[in-house]
Write a protein that binds this ligand. Structure first.
Ligand code: UGY
Ligand code: MN
Length: 263
């Protein structure tokens, strides 16, 4: 035996030498879709053009097509791209993930670098653009609160930390907590080993993007390993719980509808 006919089966003994990675397994994905939740992991993004977005593509993650009262999508703005205002009656929130965007608001030209956000109230005519490209997370919903929400923008890190009762995670809310707003956007930070104290079940809906770190998300009776870049849809009343794992902190951004009487 031996010579040219030697045939070794090293995949079982030395998988890394064969570039065998769990992520590259053909057809394998952690993405999952159920009536009350979905995991849309990084490898499942589908980019397409969208009306109103010039020199940009978008990847939708959540929309009313799955029963949500909002849309959540990523926008990949290339050089000299722009976004027309949202449709009449629709409010829009954008978090800058990468690059730089700008907003012309009245006479002001506002620059928005990574980790900044902007909120456009319904019927805003402000145009969002990018000279050199930007990656954005966008939430939109048909405004339903009957108040007077106003244009705002800011830096995530400058938003104050809020009390969280028995919870250990750090919490920021990027929109004012008044009845003028029908949703808020929370930024939540966990150290490795920290987890949600409340095993939450609530009427509110969520659209979540994991920005940093990794851990386990429990949704209904399923347990999902998740990492930075993954997104999650949570329908009303889905049991939800998270534990941050690994050696680096978790940060996620999460949409939560508010102030509407559930009846
Ligand atoms: O505010 C919330 O409902 C939030 N703590 N939920 C979550 O992180 N799944
Ligand atoms: Mn929740």
């Amino acid at each position: 035996c031996g010579g040219e006919n030697v045939r070794e089966y090293s995949a079982a003994m030395r998988p890394s030498e064969q570039e065998l990675a769990f992520d590259n397994l053909p057809g394998f994905t952690r993405s999952a879709s159920h009536f009350d939740h979905a995991v849309i992991s990084v490898e499942s993004r589908v980019w397409a053009g969208q009306r109103g977005w010039k020199k940009a593509t978008t990847a939708h993650i959540v929309s009313p097509a799955r029963g949500a009262n909002f849309v959540m999508y990523l926008a990949d703005m290339r050089d000299d791209s722009s976004a027309e205002p949202a449709a009449a009656g629709v409010e829009r929130f954008a978090l800058v993930l990468t690059g730089e965007a700008s907003v012309r608001h009245g006479k002001k030209n506002i620059k928005l670098g990574p980790n900044t956000y902007v909120y456009f109230p319904p019927n805003s005519t402000d145009v969002l653009s990018s000279e050199d490209g930007a990656g954005l997370l966008i939430y939109e919903r048909v405004y339903a609160a009957g108040g007077k929400p106003v244009f705002s923008h800011g830096e995530v890190e400058e938003s104050p930390l809020l009390p969280t009762g028995p919870e250990v995670f750090k919490l920021r809310k990027l929109l004012p907590q008044t009845a003028d707003y029908d949703f808020n956007v929370h930024i939540m930070d966990f150290q490795p080993g920290e987890y949600l104290w409340v095993k939450e079940v609530h009427y509110n809906q969520h659209g979540l993007l994991l920005l940093e770190g990794k851990g386990i998300y429990r949704l209904g009776d399923k347990w999902y390993p998740v990492q930075a870049g993954d997104a999650i849809w949570m329908a009303p009343y889905v049991p939800q719980w998270y534990a941050a794992l690994g050696s680096t902190p978790t940060r996620y951004v999460i949409y939560k509808d508010t102030t509407i009487d559930p009846l």
